[in-house]
Design a protein around this ligand. Structure first.
Ligand SMILES: NC(=O)C1=CN([C@@H]2O[C@H](COP(=O)(O)OP(=O)(O)OC[C@H]3O[C@@H](n4cnc5c(N)ncnc54)[C@H](O)[C@@H]3O)[C@@H](O)[C@H]2O)C=CC1
Ligand SMILES: O=C(O)/C=C/C=C(\O)C(=O)O
Length: 500
């Protein structure tokens, strides 16, 4: 049996964990999905090892696509575009709904492999598969209810003026390793719904659920070539893909420096659509009127969900001086009790990422920061990439620890005196993705919320997502927005017709 057919049946942790190798003792291999077929490499036979973050052992090997593999996928997407772009909304909607239903039937399969591959808890993985299903269902129905603007212009010009949209063309859909299926489908669903075709390139660190997704497309009878998946590294496959002149748009989620690189690599192709969702160093502001019984769990969840590996996690907590000491002791106690490695907290994703997160903790130690809980992990990870949830105090505002995205289970806590100071501290950072504001004062919600430099301001909540609202960041956190009409703007070209 081929790999995909075997994997398709392994939908419990026990069965999946017992399939690390083929009969020859090698890790199983993840192949490109082009024109609805899982295909062999065209030029080389190079593979990238991926690791189980819980153990550090090799889990699978990912196809290291060459430029000719990428070209083959772009060819397929280009050939499929004319007919896919002419399908009716109803037809596209039905296919997207079928994809959603197959994903729902295979919910446990996807959750089990996402958890093994990325390290996240199974509970977290299930939430993310549900969200992937919603991504398809949301855009499948959005396109059926979309309305355009029409105006009758009186007077000498006397025209009927209306807006018409058409799909842009082939898209590069590039996603990171922290929420692999959830974020890739956030791109694939609108791409298909608005009539574009695509080449998806998931992170080489977590490719398994994207491989399984190919099988979902096949079973849903998505026409060949409409959505292709190439695997491989960023500087190789990813970069070739975004630079291809036949690729008319790029939707990217990942690190800020990679986003800047992609922007540089596409700057001369002026008409290429670009949507970049990048890093965050998000503030959580807690005022003295809050109920700590609610504020403490919310702050902990925003800090440590998915081991802090969500670009929306709150990594800088600022607390009003009046309640600072009480908040800190309750917060630390809550984190120690509820966020435990191996139970409610998974490892970080990779050895490289472990080293990165550790380097910030080392710096914190060298700068005499206080570890209220957590510790500097060993230099070499033992049996997986485990880092304890860590709460730091006394970190200088100009420290790299305070300024840069760590993207791990690490949060800083500092006091503030006034509302004005809280806003200044929140905005004193190059990033501007998300923020949390906790207060019961309704006028403060607006006064402060409307001045925070962040594309998303959650007031007394976190990670509440309504897929029709704009999603994205300010400052170095990105370019453009996605979600509902914003996704439509990414994936379509707009023309205005004046008809006399
Ligand atoms: N959404 C977010 O905010 C995320 C932020 N990060 C941050 O970025 C840091 C680096 O993590 P990486 O895994 O290296 O993220 P990355 O941004 O390099 O990887 C994201 C995706 O981009 C691809 N890629 C890399 N270089 C590319 C290029 N030149 N052209 C086209 N595609 C390219 C990768 O293969 C992957 O699919 C993390 O430590 C973390 O701080 C990482 C993942 C998600
Ligand atoms: O769309 C969401 O709900 C979450 C998005 C998270 C990211 O984009 C990220 O962590 O990179």
């Amino acid at each position: 049996m081929d790999t995909i057919s075997t994997l398709w049946e392994l939908d419990t942790p026990e069965r999946a964990n017992n399939y690390p190798t083929d009969s020859a003792g090698s890790p199983f291999r993840i192949q490109n999905f082009i024109d609805n077929e899982f295909v062999e490499n065209t030029k080389t036979d190079e593979w990238i090892d991926t690791f189980n973050p819980r153990t550090g052992e090799v889990l699978a090997q990912v196809h290291k696509s060459t430029a000719s593999d990428v070209d083959r996928a772009v060819d397929a997407a280009s050939r499929a575009f004319p007919s896919w772009s002419r399908t009716t909304r109803q037809e596209r909607s039905e296919i997207l709904l079928r994809i959603g239903s197959i994903l729902e039937e295979k919910r446990e399969l996807f959750a089990v492999w996402e958890s093994i591959d990325q390290g996240k808890t199974l509970a977290r993985a299930r939430i993310e598969v549900d969200r992937a299903i919603s991504n398809f269902r949301y855009f499948a129905t959005y396109i059926l209810h979309e309305e355009g603007a029409v105006r009758f212009v009186d007077g000498p010009s006397s025209t009927l003026t209306y807006e018409h949209r058409s799909p842009v063309g082939v898209f590069a859909l590039i996603s990171p390793w922290n929420m692999p299926l959830y974020l890739l489908t956030w791109k694939i669903a609108p791409c298909l719904a608005f009539g574009c075709t695509g080449v998806a390139k998931p992170s080489e660190v977590t490719s398994i659920t994207a491989f399984l997704l190919g099988e979902v497309f096949r079973q849903a009878k998505l026409p060949p070539g409409v959505m292709n998946v190439v695997f491989g590294d960023g500087p190789g496959a990813g970069s070739t893909l975004v630079k291809s002149p036949r690729v008319r748009g790029v939707s990217f989620t990942g690190g800020t420096s990679t986003g800047i690189r992609i922007r540089q690599d596409t700057v001369a192709d002026i008409g290429k659509h670009l949507s970049l969702e990048l890093g965050g160093k998000n503030p959580t502001l807690i005022f003295d009127d809050v109920d700590l019984a609610k504020a403490v769990p919310l702050a902990a969840q925003a800090s440590f969900e998915n081991s802090g590996q969500i670009c929306l996690c709150g990594s800088r907590i600022y607390v009003h001086r009046k309640i600072y000491e009480t908040f800190l002791s309750e917060f630390v106690e809550y984190v120690q009790r509820n966020y435990r490695c191996g139970e409610t907290v998974g490892p970080v994703v990779s050895r490289q990422h472990y080293a990165k997160v550790r380097s910030y903790l080392l710096q914190a130690q060298e700068e005499n920061a206080r570890f209220h809980t957590g510790e500097l992990p060993d230099e070499a990870p033992q049996n997986g990439y485990w880092i304890k949830p860590t709460v730091l105090g006394g970190v200088r505002t100009d420290s790299r620890v305070m300024r840069e995205e760590i993207f791990g289970p690490v949060v800083t806590v500092c006091p503030f005196e006034t509302e004005e100071e809280a806003i200044e501290l929140a905005n004193d950072n190059p990033n501007g993705l998300a923020s949390v504001l906790m207060t019961t004062d309704v006028s403060r919600m607006r006064r402060v919320g409307e001045r925070i430099d962040a594309g998303l301001v959650w007031v007394n909540c976190w990670l509440v997502r309504e897929l029709g609202t704009a999603f994205g960041g300010m400052k170095v956190s990105g370019t453009g927005r996605e979600g509902g009409a914003q996704s439509r703007d990414v994936f379509t070209n707009l023309r205005t017709l004046h008809v006399r």
